[in-house]
Design a protein around this ligand. Structure first.
Ligand code: SF4
Length: 214
């Protein structure tokens, strides 16, 4: 894909100008893929200043789109619950998404989440790469297959590799687990067990030496 087809065209030419404030501001006017027409606003990553633990989801949801902040809807609340159970303080991490606009289709009065396609994911990737370059995180945790495959390639399988540490060049260590929204969308009879599995994965993250020293 040509740079002109991606968000890379909005990044500062001079690497010295690369800062979270700059990229967040520039992302507000991104039109690198058609999703800017669907979403209310760009939902950029947010977190503690100097955060070295980064969680990456798929895309903002309905409430995130309205509020303009990542992980503030039902999936965000479930993530908070899982983080607390795993002993990870949400106030110390940075949360973001692989795609920064909400993709949806109308179903009655609801806006139903739609999975971003390969073109949209590739167009948005420069924003995520910029966030990782600026934050230089100790630990990156992908939530769900979209985020995991953006970072680790299409062969990566969250079901197979969840909760395991991977060496990567852009962080000290990488982990993947499921997206909390998959637990919410799944059968309610499985919710407790699936949440326990998410917490177990997050406990492995919190126990890793790269996490403890970040
Ligand atoms: S989804 Fe990403 S690439 Fe597409 S318009 Fe929004 S910010 Fe730009």
């Amino acid at each position: 894909m040509d740079v002109s087809d991606t968000a890379a065209r909005y990044l500062p030419e001079n690497p010295a100008d690369l800062s979270l404030a700059t990229v967040r501001k520039r992302a507000r006017r991104c039109e690198a893929c058609p999703l800017y027409k669907l979403g209310t606003q760009t939902v950029f990553g947010e977190g503690a200043s100097g955060a070295r633990i980064v969680f990456v989801g798929e895309q903002p949801g309905d409430q995130e789109d309205k509020v303009g902040k990542p992980f503030v809807g039902p999936a965000g609340r479930l993530l908070d619950e899982a983080l607390t159970a795993a002993g990870i303080d949400r106030n110390t991490i940075y949360v973001t998404n692989a795609v920064k606009h909400f993709k949806w289709k109308p179903v009655g009065k609801r806006r139903l989440h739609q999975k971003p396609n390969a073109r949209e994911i590739a167009a948005c990737k420069p924003w995520l790469e910029a966030e990782l370059k600026i934050l230089r995180p100790g630990v990156v945790v992908a939530l769900g297959a979209t985020a995991a495959q953006v970072l680790m390639g299409p062969a990566f399988r969250v079901t197979r590799e969840r909760g395991q540490p991977f060496d990567v060049p852009w962080a000290r260590i990488f982990f993947a687990t499921v997206h909390p929204s998959s637990i919410l969308r799944g059968p309610s009879k499985d919710r407790e067990a699936n949440l326990a599995l998410l917490v177990a994965d997050l406990k492995k993250v919190a126990a890793h030496k790269a996490f403890r020293s970040s």
